[in-house]
Design a protein around this ligand. Structure first.
Ligand code: PSU
Ligand code: MN
Length: 302
């Protein structure tokens, strides 16, 4: 494992560090926007006096914190596989290269002592899970990994209600940030309520501290909705989603290909509109995550 010097120093000095996933770069966004967004997200974290730690596996080495050359490789190499927790060891042993999902990124972040993580939207229970049993390992991983994840809810391609039920079962905390409505990723609202609402980073840091002292070793989701003015047009969203779901079934897309397939379908069918929203979501989440990381690093009870 290689921890970038800047990240190692920040952890040693007890300054705010924000983990960032790499599947979003390799499989979630098209080239060349993927690299541009990856760079902007890191800058957004730094703008809040925190240190970004993008996580990926390159040629058998787990990297926590990527320099420009490595970030470019994640964005542009054709041999980058999507790595969940169960794939980490195999990819390392094979000296392979992969981009880490929310699940794999959370696992590695905790291993090195990072408390806060920013992404776009979590994985969850797929709409046809009753038949396919397709549920993201993001959920079970957050069920046993004490990390705070800032996201815009779960991807709207999923069964949001079922995902919220699973999060409850798995003891994963869910906080709405300035909202009592669980966000809908591309949309401000998913139509489901959230029980607990917070309105500043210090409040989240206090909850993180209380979780630690109570030894609640599961994940905490900070659900941060996009403003209504910036969301994807809901009618367009619903239309594109229905098309994408039938196309995925028609083409027999399965397993870990489903999420990248649907995201790509969105980016194409909305002629880039979903890409703009997706980018905004990630930047906003990185911004808030950095503030939370700084607040928690400064807290007495961490
Ligand atoms: N959110 C995004 N874009 C993405 C993902 C999430 O805005 O590409 C990725 C994350 O890495 C997440 C993964 O962990 O999709 C979930 O994939 P699956 O449903 O196969 O578990
Ligand atoms: Mn899946």
């Amino acid at each position: 494992m290689n921890i970038a010097p800047e990240v190692a120093q920040a952890l040693a000095d007890n300054r705010g560090v924000v983990a960032l996933e790499s599947t979003i770069i390799s499989h979630g966004l098209p080239r060349p926007e993927n690299l541009r967004v990856a760079i902007e997200v890191e800058a957004q974290v730094r703008a809040n006096a925190a240190v970004p730690a993008t996580i990926a596996i390159l040629d058998g080495t787990v990297h926590v914190g990527l320099n420009d050359v490595l970030l470019d490789q994640v964005a542009n190499r054709d041999d980058i596989v999507k790595v969940s927790v169960r794939d980490i060891a195999t990819v390392i042993a094979n000296r392979g290269s992969g981009a880490t999902t929310v699940a794999a990124t959370s696992h590695i972040a905790r291993l090195v002592g990072i408390d806060v993580f920013a992404t776009g939207g979590l994985g969850g229970v797929h709409r046809d899970a009753r038949h396919t049993w397709d549920e993201s390992a993001d959920l079970t991983t957050l069920g046993d990994t004490p990390i705070t994840v800032v996201c815009a809810g779960v991807k709207s391609i999923l069964d949001v209600g079922a995902t919220l039920e699973r999060l409850e079962t798995l003891n994963v905390g869910v906080l709405g940030y300035n909202t009592t409505s669980f966000p809908g990723f591309y949309l401000r609202e998913s139509g489901f309520p959230v029980t607990w609402s917070v309105s500043n980073p210090g409040q989240v840091a206090a909850i993180m501290g209380a979780r630690r002292s109570m030894q609640i070793a599961t994940g905490l989701i900070v659900a941060y909705p996009i403003p209504e003015t910036e969301q994807l047009d809901p009618d367009l969203h619903d239309r594109v989603l229905q098309d994408g779901l039938s196309l995925a079934t028609q083409r027999g897309v399965k397993g870990k290909d489903v999420t990248p397939f649907l995201l790509d379908h969105f980016h194409r069918s909305t002629h880039g509109a979903s890409l703009v929203v997706n980018t905004q979501i990630i930047l906003r989440n990185a911004d808030l995550a950095a503030q939370i990381a700084v607040a928690f690093a400064a807290a007495a009870d961490r």
